[in-house]
Design a protein around this ligand. Structure first.
Ligand SMILES: Cc1cc2nc3c(=O)[nH]c(=O)nc-3n(C[C@H](O)[C@H](O)[C@H](O)COP(=O)(O)OP(=O)(O)OC[C@H]3O[C@@H](n4cnc5c(N)ncnc54)[C@H](O)[C@@H]3O)c2cc1C
Length: 444
């Protein structure tokens, strides 16, 4: 995809305007951005026209900075004004006409921390809105309002699609929730959606179970009433408040591939944690149903055991984040870096049968990252009876579920693999059984 950008009135020289494009997308916000993504991922050549500038979001977005860190406690400088909702009702557009303020912004600027997003929304003095009487929030920058949205993606349900059949009002749509749910899933996984499962029939749950990528100053909350959780700072720096503690500016990795262990925070069921990103950060949250657990605590990198496992092209590097020797009710977390051309979780092993001490019953998830990011790896998940037998091409940020069976990973030449494993089961012990067909290679 090519982007045409006008920065301070100058077109960037990167676009070939003599070329014929398959499609032109105007605006790079949620709508334009998604349209361009879908079209380009099907091989179309797309020209995107964006009226806004590209902002350095790391420098601009600090809305959850502490008020005392800002010279005006987050307020805009004198001469700048955020319209109140009342102004939309008592005035006619253009709303800034006749205003003595130098800059006038939409009401959204009146929310706390307005200084942080004043460069994101339109200055109504410079770009007067002359449409209908409407409290319009207009953004002018690359990415549009996705730079400040809350990452909640509320789904329609059959209460909406089949309203006429339910209550006699409106018309039934020719599609139902079941038709559209797979597309909601795709968008959720692509964007990264905040929220918790609530099982409401009128508001179907999004796909929340994935690591969260936070922009600087973005916040997320983890609060699971019936599950214990382990928050892993995969990369970036964050402040976490939980259980009466404040762990400020924790996280020392720029990437999961940095040669150091992560910070993590354990949360018992019902304990809430507030996470605020200081820098761009990626947060993994592993959870498992539990009725009780030890108190919330910080798990420091220095307390985690890091070691090499395997030989030759089966060598991989393991970090025990929350092993069975450390307190928790059901959860186990470990991360593994597998160098290019190597295999891991290999020879294939499984832990799906409660047969201690030979084997324990633990479900597992793999959250995959690849370096460079365009790479791929392969993971096979299979059982002895082949009732599960899937060979998966995994890409950066993919999650693989291992309900049972063997689950080896193989990484091709040129790409390093990282994965975060979250395991949980009734008995918190990791005892696995190798696939007898391949166990021979351990005995060489
Ligand atoms: C603070 C805030 C929080 C929000 N939180 C949520 C949330 O949690 N969940 C949710 O579902 N929604 C949320 N929303 C709403 C949601 O963000 C917007 O509805 C959505 O992002 C709009 O996307 P869009 O592509 O239609 O418009 P925009 O994001 O506004 O994108 C329009 C783009 O077009 C560009 N443009 C405009 N005119 C031109 C032109 N003439 N030529 C070229 N380019 C042009 C703009 O610069 C901009 O980049 C929130 C909105 C705000 C302001």
């Amino acid at each position: 995809m090519n982007l045409i950008r006008f920065v301070q009135g100058n077109a960037q020289p990167e676009v070939d305007l003599k070329k014929t494009y398959d499609a032109i997308v105007v605006g790079s916000g949620a709508a334009g951005g998604m349209a361009a993504h879908v079209l380009t991922s099907h091989g179309m050549k797309v020209l995107m026209l964006e009226a806004g500038k590209k902002l350095d979001i790391n420098a601009e977005l600090k809305s959850t900075e502490w008020p005392y860190e800002h010279p005006r406690r987050g307020e805009m400088p004198p001469g700048h004004h955020a319209l109140t909702l009342n102004e939309y009702t008592v005035r006619k557009p253009p709303y800034a006409a006749g205003s003595s303020y130098k800059s006038v912004y939409s009401y959204v600027q009146g929310w706390s921390g307005s200084d942080y997003s004043k460069n994101i929304v339109v200055d109504e003095k410079h770009h007067p809105y002359s449409g209908t009487n409407y409290a319009w929030v207009r953004a002018r920058l690359l990415g549009g309002k996705t730079n400040i949205w809350g990452r909640l993606a509320l789904r329609l349900s059959d209460y909406d699609f089949k309203a006429k059949s339910r209550d006699g009002y409106g018309e039934d749509w020719p599609i139902s929730y079941a038709d559209i749910a797979p597309y909601y899933d795709k968008v959720d996984l692509y964007l990264g959606i905040s929220g918790v499962k609530e099982n409401l029939p009128q508001l179907p749950d999004s796909l929340f179970h994935r690591p969260n990528r936070l922009a600087p100053a973005e916040a997320m909350r983890v609060a699971l009433p019936d599950a214990e959780a382990c928050i892993v700072i995969l990369s970036g720096k964050v402040t976490i408040e939980a259980g009466g503690h404040t762990w400020r500016d924790i996280g020392e990795r720029g990437s999961v591939f940095d040669d150091r262990a992560p910070y993590a925070v354990y949360l018992p069921p019902g304990e809430a944690a507030q996470i605020v990103a200081k820098t761009a950060a990626e947060i993994g949250v592993g959870s498992a149903p539990a009725s009780a657990g030890p108190p919330a605590r910080l798990i420091e990198p220095a307390s985690m055991k890091r070691f090499k496992r395997g030989e030759g092209s089966n060598t991989r590097y393991v970090c025990d984040i929350l092993p069975q020797t450390e307190p928790a009710s059901h959860l186990l977390l470990v991360e593994v870096v597998t160098p290019a051309g190597h295999s891991s979780s290999y020879p294939p092993h499984k832990h799906d049968t409660d047969n201690l001490p030979a084997e324990s019953s633990l479900e597992e998830t793999y959250y995959h990252r690849l370096k460079p990011a365009q790479g791929f790896a392969f993971q096979r998940v299979y059982t002895d009876d082949r009732s599960i037998d899937e060979a998966l091409a995994v890409e950066d940020h993919d999650v693989v579920l291992v309900p049972r069976g063997y689950h080896p990973v193989v990484v091709p030449h040129g790409y390093d693999s990282y994965y975060l494993n979250v395991m949980a089961g009734p008995k918190r012990e990791w005892h696995f059984k190798n696939d007898p067909a391949h166990e021979w290679m351990l005995k060489r």
